[in-house]
Design a protein around this ligand. Structure first.
Ligand code: PLP
Length: 409
């Protein structure tokens, strides 16, 4: 042919060498292929409420629609005033007083802001403490930014709470900050005050920035209180992340925020960097910003879903109970969020490669789950179940898992 043979393969950048996001990785591609071949797959893999029949509050949709003509142009890089004011008042009501609208950045979901916060902070070799298991975007964003994610243990034997001694043991001169995901994805743990206070104490002692991902702060079961970390950390720099994707079931709008609080005086330079990154992407989707004030100020429909008799509460119970009934499977009861993170007893299921295990299960039973190593869990003995499907589908999926695991015993 006429193709010159001196053309180089087009490679991805080396920055991506240590970046991984398995939730939408090879297993999802395999599931999509199977769907294209006509198979029906039960998907328990992504925390996206809308496809499972969860409706968004109508007033949010109405306000976004009504404001569409006002959302034609770019907004301020940090976001429209009314949205940032609503966020700031939300935290005022929770007892945080040293913030104002300028401390709030609206983003295209929390995802964009996580990447921005890491890009703005980390130099090559900087270390960030990230939980294991984690929501893997945190590890990916740290590594993409040239930093190194250092994983601290969350202790399954202790309700999946962060292991404080393990955190302390992993701090070095290069540690810049600590990521805390509460309520947690994938474990469903909601951290009590004494754990949060110890984390703040460590941050204080070692001069670390706290990154608090609290996107599930309203998805709490069993009358447990969610304590925003920023309210305990007035003397350390604290970055709080939250948004509308989960609590208001509008993940597709891409609407979230990041708030800087605590010891801001020391962080002028970092904040300048964040402002610059916010400007470089011009602004978040303006239309979706109109959802924020309405969402935070309105009737909190999520409360009806998480109380006894509510759909999420009941599905949490069903998933947790059915998983624990399978021989060799044990699961800590999730107290928040949308996930179970059960353990497979390695003595009964000697799995060596959990991605392959999930792929085989998908092919055999047409159910899509995500393997634990996809959440930076170090051993191939866990997986995550999204309990968003309605009762019938959820029961069917876990029944198929039971059947598949029985064939391995
Ligand atoms: N943080 C956690 C812990 C999550 O589970 C998710 C989504 O699953 C996100 C952040 C990203 O949310 P979004 O970009 O939709 O705001």
């Amino acid at each position: 042919s006429s193709m010159p043979n001196n053309r180089r393969a087009i490679k991805k950048s080396a920055k991506l060498d240590n970046v991984c996001y398995d939730i939408r990785g090879p297993i999802l591609r395999a599931a999509v292929e199977m769907e294209e071949q006509g198979h029906k797959i039960i998907k328990l893999n992504i925390g996206n409420p809308a496809p499972f029949g969860f409706e968004a509050p109508q007033e949010i949709i109405n306000d976004v629609a009504i404001n569409l003509p006002n959302a034609i142009g770019y907004s301020d890089s940090k976001g429209i005033f009314q949205a940032r004011k609503a966020v700031f008042q939300y935290y005022q009501q929770k007892g945080l007083f040293n913030v104002d609208v300028n401390d709030i950045y609206i983003g295209n979901g929390v995802s964009e802001l996580i990447v921005m916060a890491m890009q703005g902070l980390l130099d090559n070799g900087d270390e960030m403490l990230v939980p294991m298991p984690d929501y893997p975007l945190w590890t990916a964003a740290v590594n993409l930014s040239g930093g190194q994610a250092i994983h601290y243990k969350c202790d399954e034997q202790n309700g999946w709470y962060p292991d404080i001694a393990d955190i302390e043991s992993k701090i070095t001169a290069n540690t810049r900050g600590i990521v805390v995901i509460n309520p947690n994805n994938p474990t469903g743990a909601v951290y009590p005050r004494h754990i949060l206070e110890q984390i703040v104490q460590i941050a204080r002692k070692h001069d670390l920035i706290i990154f608090a991902d609290e996107i599930y702060d309203k998805i709490i079961y069993d009358d447990i209180e969610h304590i925003p970390l920023c309210t305990l950390a007035s003397d350390v720099l604290c970055m709080t992340f939250n948004g509308l994707s989960k609590s208001y079931r509008i993940a597709g709008f891409r609407s979230g925020w990041m708030m800087v609080s605590g010891d801001k005086s020391r962080a002028k330079d970092y904040i300048e960097g964040l402002d610059m990154l916010a400007c470089m992407r011009l602004c978040a989707n303006v239309q979706a910003q109109y959802a924020i004030q309405t969402a935070l100020g309105g009737y909190q429909t999520i409360n009806d879903l998480v109380k006894p008799g509510g759909r999420l509460y009941e599905q949490r119970n069903i998933a947790w109970e059915m998983l624990n009934e399978i021989p060799g499977v044990s699961c800590v009861k999730p107290q928040g969020a949308l996930y179970c993170f059960p353990r497979l007893d390695p003595a009964i299921y000697p799995i060596e490669d959990d991605e392959e295990f999930m792929l085989n299960f998908l092919r055999a039973e047409k159910v899509l789950l995500v393997q634990g190593t996809g959440f930076n869990w170090p051993t191939p003995d866990h997986f995550r179940v999204v309990f968003l499907p309605a009762e019938g589908e959820l029961r069917e999926a876990i029944k198929r898992l039971d059947r598949y695991l029985a064939s391995l015993r």
